[in-house]
Design a binder for this molecule. Structure first.
Ligand code: C5J
Length: 227
């Protein structure tokens, strides 16, 4: 497999064709704040174990991308310590046990550089991989992601991470509007609400791929056998 070769994998709603040299893997928000007890996800009343289940699959996907020299990008939902990039509408919504910026067992919730805001150890970024801190749900909003992709000539994106219907879907829709062809790796994404994950997969690939494509990791790993 060479990086300039056109590759095609089985996907829904149709085969997905891409060139490794123009492809990036974007792993959304695989942070302790969402995946471990005591963070933002649990403060909203969620069972975080549902998210922890995908960590091994995301690790395998990262290993594949690294082996094939794809651009690897990690995002973190995070805010400045003074909350200047956190709109009150986001901080004050609902009735969580603890709000963004409050102190919990892993430090201040969803605040940059606090222990809970880190990506889980198993999926830690390697030197040279891009880490994008994002104050919103979408990875393009108020970040340098668009510029980073454009300067590298990236045209195709593989998405993984959490949560499927919130930050992953928002980022994939942002990418779609910017002209990227995107594929969501079905077993490398999770939601606290499994029905929302399923609905998102269905939504993304409906109407001929209105947002993009979906495929399981196995479809990608089969490339190893066929090339
Ligand atoms: C949420 C995210 N669910 N990363 N964030 O608030 O999906």
């Amino acid at each position: 497999m060479t990086s300039a070769q056109m590759l095609t994998i089985d996907a829904q709603p149709s085969p997905f064709t891409f060139e490794a040299a123009k492809t990036a893997l974007i792993v959304i928000d695989m942070q302790r704040d969402f995946i471990e007890p005591g963070g933002f996800g649990e403060s909203l009343g969620n069972d975080v174990s549902l998210l922890a289940e995908i960590v091994p699959t995301v690790a395998d996907l990262l290993a594949f991308a690294r082996l094939h020299d794809w651009l690897v990008i990690h995002t973190r939902e995070s805010h400045a310590a003074d909350l200047s990039d956190c709109p009150p509408a986001k901080r004050l919504r609902g009735a969580p046990n603890a709000r963004i910026g409050d102190t919990g067992p892993m430090g201040r919730i969803l605040i940059r550089d606090e222990p809970g805001n880190a990506i889980v150890d198993t999926l830690a970024p390697l030197a040279g991989e891009l880490v994008i801190d994002k104050p919103g749900k979408g990875a393009f909003y108020a970040t340098r992601l668009g510029e980073e992709l454009a300067m590298r000539g990236i045209t195709h994106l593989f998405f993984a991470g959490v949560t499927t219907e919130v930050c992953v879907q928002t980022s994939m829709r942002e990418a779609n509007d910017r002209g990227y062809d995107s594929l969501l790796v079905e077993d490398a994404t999770a939601s606290y609400i499994p029905a929302f994950k399923q609905a998102t997969l269905d939504m993304v690939r409906s109407q001929g791929g209105i947002v993009g494509w979906t495929a399981p990791l196995s479809a990608l790993l089969q490339l190893e056998e066929t090339h």
